[in-house]
Design a protein around this ligand. Structure first.
Ligand code: ATP
Ligand code: MG
Length: 294
C-alpha cells in the first residue's frame, strides 16, 4: 500500500483500507483510531500520487457533518461512532478520529437523489437501479422522483463492491435491520441534501456505513458525506447546463474517476495522476469544505 501508515506512540496499527489507517490503543481500551490519509482510490484501486491535504479535508468534513446530524440542523441526533472528548495523538491531528470499535454491517448504504454513475449504467441497461424500477426517459444527471436506497455489498479488501437488491440486504442483515438501514439512510440523505441546497450545492448521491455498538444500537461510522463518499454538484450549473458535463460540475472524486476512465482500459495497474488533476481535485475538496461550512 502506498503512503504507509505513520507509527503512532501508544497505538498499534491494525489495518489499512484504501484511504484510512486504523489503530488500536496499546492499553487495550475498547476504542479505535481512524486516520484519513491523503491516498485517493477510484474503481477500487489506490492511485499515485496522493492528493496533498485530502486526509485533513475529509476529516474536517466528516466532523462537521457528524455535528449537523447530532442535532445542529434541528433534526434528531443520529448516533455516531465518535467518542466525545477523546483526542487523537498530535501526529494525527486534523486527520484522526477516536471512535467506538463497532461491529460493522457488510452493507454500503447508498442513497441516490439523482441518476448517475453505476445507477445510470444499470438504468440504461434495465430501467432499474438495484432492482428499483424508475420512470422511462431519464437522462444522466437527472433528478429522481424521490431519493432511493440502493445498497451495495461491502466486499472484502481487494474485491469489488457490488450493487444489491433490498431483498439481498434482508438476507444479509435481517428484515428489521435492513428496514432500519434504509430508513435511517434516507433520513440522513434528506437532511444533508437540504443543508447542501441552502449552500448552492446538490447532494446527488452518497454512501454511509453503519455498525452496531455494544448494545446493538445502529451507529453511523466511517466517514460521512465527504467528497470521497458523495457526489456534490453546483446547483446553478446543474439548472443551466445542457450537457451532462456542464450539469454535473462536481466538488468530489469524479474529477479523478473521469480522468482515469478516459486514460485507462482497466487492465494492469492504473496510470499515475497528472499534476493538474491532483491540483484540481485538492482545490475542489477545499472549495466544498468552504462552501458548506462558511
Ligand atoms: P473505500 O472507502 O475506498 O472503499 P475501504 O472501505 O477499503 O476503502 P477505508 O475507508 O480506507 O476502507 O478504511 C476504513 C475502514 O474502517 C473500513 O473498512 C470501514 O468499514 C472501517 N470502519 C470505519 N469506522 C469503523 C468503526 N467505528 N468500527 C469499526 N470499523 C470501522
Ligand atoms: Mg471506506
Amino acid at each position: 500500500m502506498t503512503d504507509a501508515a505513520t507509527p503512532l506512540a501508544g497505538w498499534t496499527h491494525t489495518y489499512s483500507g484504501k484511504v484510512r489507517d486504523l489503530y488500536r490503543p496499546e492499553d487495550g481500551a475498547d476504542r479505535m483510531l481512524v486516520v484519513a490519509s491523503d491516498r485517493v482510490s477510484a474503481f477500487d484501486h489506490v492511485l499515485e500520487p496522493a492528493i496533498p491535504g485530502k486526509g485533513a479535508l475529509l476529516t474536517a468534513l466528516s466532523l462537521w457533518w457528524f455535528a449537523q446530524l447530532s442535532g445542529a440542523d434541528g433534526g434528531r441526533a443520529i448516533p455516531n461512532h465518535l467518542i466525545d472528548g477523546a483526542v487523537p495523538p498530535a501526529e494525527a491531528e486534523g486527520r484522526g478520529m477516536v471512535v467506538q470499535s463497532l461491529d460493522m454491517l457488510p452493507v454500503e448504504c447508498v442513497v441516490r437523489g439523482y441518476l448517475t454513475g453505476s445507477g445510470w449504467a444499470e438504468y440504461q441497461q434495465d430501467g432499474t437501479v438495484c432492482g428499483i424500477p424508475l420512470p422511462e426517459g431519464l437522462g444522466n444527471g437527472d433528478r429522481l422522483p424521490e431519493p432511493i436506497f440502493t445498497p451495495a455489498y461491502k466486499a472484502p479488501l481487494g474485491e469489488h463492491d457490488e450493487n444489491i437488491s433490498f431483498e439481498r440486504t434482508v438476507e444479509l442483515v435481517g428484515a428489521e435491520r435492513a428496514a432500519e438501514l434504509r430508513d435511517t439512510s434516507l433520513e440522513i440523505y434528506r437532511r444533508a441534501a437540504a443543508i447542501a441546497e441552502a449552500k448552492g450545492l446538490i447532494l446527488a448521491d452518497t454512501k454511509f456505513e453503519f455498525g452496531l455498538d455494544a448494545d446493538g444500537v445502529l451507529t453511523l461510522a466511517d466517514e460521512v458525506l465527504t467528497s470521497d463518499s458523495s457526489r456534490y454538484w453546483d446547483a446553478t450549473a446543474w439548472r443551466s447546463g445542457t450537457t451532462p458535463a456542464e450539469r454535473m460540475a462536481s466538488f468530489d472524486k469524479q474529477i479523478v474517476r473521469d480522468w482515469l476512465a478516459a486514460s485507462w482500459d482497466k487492465t494492469g495497474s492504473p496510470p499515475e495522476l497528472p499534476s493538474d488533476i491532483v491540483e484540481r481535485t485538492a482545490a475542489k475538496y477545499r472549495e466544498l469544505l468552504t462552501l458548506l461550512t462558511a
